[in-house]
Design a protein around this ligand. Structure first.
Ligand code: URC
Length: 303
């Protein structure tokens, strides 16, 4: 039923608990495994009345959604690949509650390394591994399911093997052409899977490795070219991925002028600027990719 009041009606909506922090310790052997995740659960459904008249009879509380995340981590014996956990949560919410039609489950995963001691890798002591985060957003509407995965904060730099020249010059151009510069960026990538039955851990490790390899091995004439090489490498190796989107800041490193001190600077001393930065974004996709449907619905976006 649609509730209208003076030509006003409720549009798209979803609700849930944001950023449920969950650490799962697998402790069936003395060598513990930890999984550290941040889950945002959101549901869509029969939600007109809660908005229009405050009738909560079909509003599964956000508190219950939060508790479900913790309880399922126990009942299912851990989290596993974040994509599988998100899919199982989405299916649970939609299948178990007739007033819930759709779900969006977003998960970030923070990775930990075992601390290396003089006696070897420690059984139950870990150190946080950088700022990089693995991400997934699962959207489910009725029987349709979409998985978008990725990473954020993969910081990379190459100290040579990058040029930038041949661009148009206007009266406002001051940038000198260069045949040798530092190329540095924090890669955010998101890719859309075709289907939901994959070894997501394996795909993730391979996509990450292919991006690093392409960044390192591409002799870059522009960050845009490096981005495209990364995307191409991923799509060539992964038929289960339909498209990959990147957002990559060009983190400028400016050569410092040391001539006032009677010093030359043969590409050794740089000022690492934090802003402004170039913002390079693009999608690399297959010609014959199946329709995206609602895969990107409410995925924090770029391009
Ligand atoms: O790789 C680059 N791409 C650009 O579009 C650009 N623009 C700019 O000023 N420097 C660079 N570098």
């Amino acid at each position: 039923m649609e509730f209208t009041l003076m030509g006003i009606k409720l549009g798209d909506n979803q609700y849930g608990k944001a950023e449920v922090r969950l650490v799962h310790v697998k402790r069936d052997t003395p060598v513990h495994q930890i999984k550290d995740v941040n889950v945002t659960s959101q549901l869509r459904g029969d939600l007109e009345e809660v908005h229009t008249v405050g009738d909560n009879s079909k509003c599964l509380p956000t508190d219950t959604q939060k508790n479900t995340v913790y309880a399922k981590a126990r009942e299912w014996g851990g989290v596993g690949a974040i994509e599988d956990f998100a899919l199982r949560l989405a299916r649970h919410f939609v299948d178990e509650h007739e007033y819930v039609y759709g779900a969006r489950q977003e998960i970030q995963e923070y990775s930990w390394d075992r601390i290396a001691t003089a006696k070897g890798p420690h059984d139950h002591a870990f150190s946080r591994n950088g700022a990089e985060t693995r991400t997934t957003v699962v959207n489910k509407d009725g029987d349709k399911e979409w998985v978008v995965s990725g990473f954020e904060g993969l910081t990379v730099l190459k100290s040579t093997g990058s040029e930038f020249h041949g661009y148009p010059k206007t009266r406002y151009t001051t940038l000198p052409e260069t045949n040798d510069r530092i190329l540095a960026t924090d890669v955010t990538a998101r890719w859309r899977y075709v289907g939901t039955e994959h070894d997501f851990d394996k795909s993730y490790a391979s996509v990450r490795a292919l991006c690093l390899e392409a960044f390192a091995e591409t002799h870059s004439l522009a960050l845009q070219q490096t981005l495209y090489a990364m995307g191409t490498a991923v799509l060539e190796a992964h038929p289960e991925i339909a498209e990959i989107r990147f957002s990559m800041p060009n983190k400028h490193h400016f050569l410092v002028d040391l001539s006032s001190f009677d010093l030359d600077n043969p590409n050794e001393v740089f000022f690492a600027a934090d802003r402004p930065y170039g913002k390079i974004e693009a999608t690399v996709e297959r010609d014959d990719a199946p329709e995206a449907g609602d895969a990107w619905k409410a995925v924090p976006g770029f391009v």
